[in-house]
Write a protein that binds this ligand. Structure first.
Ligand code: PEP
Length: 257
């Protein structure tokens, strides 16, 4: 239980801004967030739109806040109009990348296979992948949440070398909880996060699995963050809507205080 040994897994709170915030708006929001999260003892990541990444890196330099992209392509370069390579992200100082968000799986045809290719490329190139998994409402109601999430986790991490596995950040995001205001109960979130950890243990051994941070995401906000973060297998949050307001996001970052 890392709540007794916080050094094992440093909590990680990431804001997924999705297709919100122009560059001008993003710079303002980052300017508001910086003083509010100063001194937080968690890893803080903001993931603005691609057009804001370079400015975000410049603005957060020296603040302890990291910048993540919301997606990338697995090929190193070439004729892939509209796509972004890992080298392009690294070159401007991006350190994290969200991979396999359910919106990308649903609207942009991402599959377990493309997710896996992206995870491997991120790890090979030293970017921290935030790998999203989660069941639909129908799958939950059919009692398949644990199976679906375990399968997605194993598929996303296929061929990941054990030596790099603890650099992965997992994000359990039940689809029915994303952007709906319906949060999983803290117990449900912990139950599936535990399934993710058991899957990691099966893949890489329990010593490595115990070092992997597993976030919860899905209508996490300033009010429910304390209870979710108190769960033994919830090591962070991936925050959508509530990450767009500095006051709300910073309250989540400062959970428990
Ligand atoms: C997300 O999309 O990653 C997310 C968790 O969104 P929200 O917090 O708005 O539910």
């Amino acid at each position: 239980n890392t709540k007794e040994d916080p050094d094992l897994r440093k909590p990680i709170i990431a804001g997924n801004w999705k297709m919100n915030m122009t560059n001008t708006e993003a710079k303002k929001l980052i300017g508001e967030i910086i003083p509010l999260v100063k001194g937080a003892d968690v890893e803080v990541v903001v993931c603005p739109n691609l057009t804001c990444l370079a400015a975000a890196v410049e603005l957060t330099r020296g603040t302890g806040i990291s910048v993540g992209a919301q997606n990338m392509h697995w090929e190193p370069k070439g004729a892939f109009t509209g796509e972004t390579s890992v080298a392009m992200l690294k070159d401007i100082g991006v350190t994290h990348v969200i991979i396999g968000h359910s919106e990308r799986r649903a609207y942009f045809a991402e599959t377990d296979e493309t997710v896996n290719k992206k995870v491997l490329v991120a790890l090979e190139n030293g970017l921290t992948p935030i790998v999203c998994v989660g069941e639909s409402l129908g799958q939950r109601e059919a009692g398949k949440a644990a199976d679906v999430v375990s399968h997605q986790t194993a598929a996303a991490l296929k061929n990941v070398p054990a030596g790099k596995a603890d650099r992965v950040v997992m994000a359990y995001e039940p689809i029915w909880a994303i952007g709906t205001g319906k949060t999983a109960t803290a117990q449900d979130a912990n139950e599936i996060n535990t399934v993710v950890r058991e899957t990691l243990a099966w893949l890489f051994g329990s010593e490595i699995a115990d070092r992997v941070r597993i976030q919860y995401g899905g209508s996490m906000n300033a009010k429910n963050a304390d209870e979710l973060m108190a769960q033994p297998n919830v090591d962070g949050g991936l925050i959508g809507g509530a990450s767009l307001k500095a006051a709300d996001f910073s309250k989540i970052v400062l959970f428990g205080k």
